[in-house]
Design a protein around this ligand. Structure first.
Ligand code: URA
Length: 210
């Protein structure tokens, strides 16, 4: 596996992912588990976030202590399933700014079509974490990162719950500089663009739309 792909194999993440895969998991439990996994993934993906020292007065003395600047971080959610990861990540990085990219997959060509794009200002000073639960064909992820690169952010990382060899290859070919964080790399993509064994349609399972 390329050093740019980070497999988040912590037992807590793996256990929760297994529960999410079950076809009889309710919408409620699927959403709650994704929320919990997202908090754990946020912990890993922000590991190298830059910090600064500030002066703090403890009850006993003054010291220099470290803080992160959450406002420099932008979480970019690919609509609509990205919302499922965004919520959990915001719980642990509440100061982060948020951007949204609306993309849908053309069901015939499986290519990504953009219908919405809204980012905070001064993107050139910000580190970006793009979130989407499923890196399947990779077309949406590639298109989202291409669009974001037009704004010249300091760095871009991509976080998904699940991917497959095809999705990783497509993403790495187009954007070798973007690190991928995932909880699992499943066996394959089927001819309809679904990950096998996977967990089905993440958007439908998060929002109960099927
Ligand atoms: N999107 C999903 O929600 N599930 C897949 O398996 C592939 C893409």
């Amino acid at each position: 596996m390329s050093s740019n792909v980070h497999l988040l194999d912590h037992p807590l993440i793996q256990h929760k992912l297994t529960l999410m895969r079950r076809k009889d998991a309710s919408t409620n439990s699927f959403r709650r588990l994704l929320n919990e996994i997202s908090m754990l993934m946020a912990y890993e993906v922000t590991r190298d976030m830059p910090m600064q020292d500030i002066e703090v007065e403890t009850p006993l003395e003054t010291m220099q202590a470290k803080v992160i600047d959450g406002k420099k971080l932008v979480l970019v959610s690919i609509l609509r399933a990205g919302t499922g990861i965004l919520d959990g990540m915001l719980t642990v990085v509440p100061g982060a700014r948020v951007g949204h990219i609306g993309l849908y997959r053309d069901p015939k060509t499986l290519t990504a079509v953009e219908y919405y794009f809204k980012m905070p200002g001064e993107m050139e000073n910000r580190d970006v974490i793009v979130v989407d639960p499923m890196l399947a064909t990779g077309n949406s992820a590639v298109a989202a990162v291409e669009r974001l690169k037009e704004l010249n952010p300091k760095s871009i990382k991509f976080v998904c719950l699940l991917t497959c060899p095809e999705g990783v290859a497509t993403m790495q070919k187009a954007h070798p500089d973007v690190a991928i964080y995932t909880a699992a790399i499943d066996r394959e993509l089927n001819s309809h663009g679904y990950i096998l064994p996977g967990l089905g349609d993440a958007g439908d399972r998060i929002f109960g739309t099927k």
